[in-house]
Design a protein around this ligand. Sequence first.
Ligand code: AMP
Ligand code: MG
Length: 490
Amino acid sequence: MENKNDLNQGWNFDNTYVKLPSIFFTKTKPKLVPSPNLIKFNDSLALNLGLKAEFLLNKTGAEVFSGNALPHGSDPIAQAYAGHQFGYFTMLGDGRAILLGEQITPTGNRIDIQLKGAGRTPYSRGGDGRASLGPMLREYIISEAMYGLGIPTTRSLAVVTTGEWITREEPQIGAILTRIASSHLRVGTFEYAAKWGNIDELKSLADYALKRHFPDFADKSNKYLYLLQEVIKKQAQLIAKWQLVGFIHGVMNTDNITISGETIDYGPCAFMDTYDPNTVFSSIDMHGRYAYGNQPQIGAWDLSKLAEALLQLLDEDKDKAIDIASESISNYGQIYRLNYLSGMRSKLGIHNEEAEDDVLIKNLLDIMHKYKADYTNTFRALTLQKLKDMKMFCSSEFIKWHELWQERLNRQNASKEDIYNLMKKSNPSVIPRNHRVEEALKSAVEHSDYSVMNRLLDVLSCPYDYTTNHEEYAKLPPKSDVPYRTFCGT
Ligand code: AMP
Ligand code: MG
């Protein structure tokens, strides 16, 4: 099954996950697909990974990124994990994803390379192990957009179609996405270890996570507490970044919360258009558990599941362990708020700190909410000082707020240019707007025309550039009576 060209392709695997205790994975090969076709390849990402695009395009790429040919050094596995889904604990695991291995990049980073949609595994439960083209392209677009926005995320290296139709409500074109991540360790991996592993297995996993993501643990008095605190910090920072750009993940189950602090699992996610904390796009999130405004608290809830999973390692005395864990979780709110506040100050061009800044921010958001203002375009307009296109800008509330904001800007030591520069790099001019994403997917899936998607990806790769090219992509769709809905990518 090894490819003739594989040594030329730049693979440089060093697989460490397979050295963990065997409860954490099952060795599984991708299932063969009949007629793979490479339809999307991320050249610049490939270069960062040390892969040689010229040997991976066309037929060879199709073979490798469909799982039909294993790259040199790959030791494929499906990872075991559990998770709380909408509040309920379940055994999960890679039901349709297969980790090919860990690529060591030219700069020495260790990166997981995973095929999503690579066929059934021992964790597939009732599923077919496959994925369809639309959702895989959607993940490609949104994850690359997040990367462009500077938000930690898994990324997308390639998409192949498999030549198979897969059965969903309607038959769909089968596809496989190659996803890369700094690891696929999740809160749910620890929940799995705590529930079904012994203490040594839990320790192995925690030691592995420390070594891989938080290597400064050596001088810490309690390294497992350090692990918990670092994950709390990373997630608080991440979720603040989501809030600042209006990203709604849509399915913040604990299996979708990484230890690395990268955004993972682009199923029903979407960007908020009209500012409203209650915004939910996901068709399965009936009660708004994962609404925009709930994401910060849900982050704390998810991390409390990590804390529970680590309890045995925090202290031998259970009560003491609970106290330690609770204290760490209680710090999350403060870390989140500081990150959010500092990001919001930047969005408003504020360089220094004043105690009342949070009131200024809240007042603006309240006015946006009242006037149903577009979240991204409000900050875009403030950045460009083009305050005319929205009804809100003519309101007395906004005019009053604007005066207070200008006074606030004058109470800092920053030039007009400093303010503009800070706002420009903090407020994306474009986001993956839902109608643009849909338009790109329709062209690709229904007409095999990838040009619309490629143009969108181009714009999304430099969202802070404010070029004229952006203007078209910043426009809102024609008004629709039907709210936008997203579906899980299964
Ligand atoms: P997700 O909603 O993508 O986070 O997936 C939740 C769980 O369902 C994970 O264990 C997935 O591996 C599994 N899963 C999702 N889709 C499929 C599928 N088509 N076949 C098998 N397992 C799946
Ligand atoms: Mg998941």
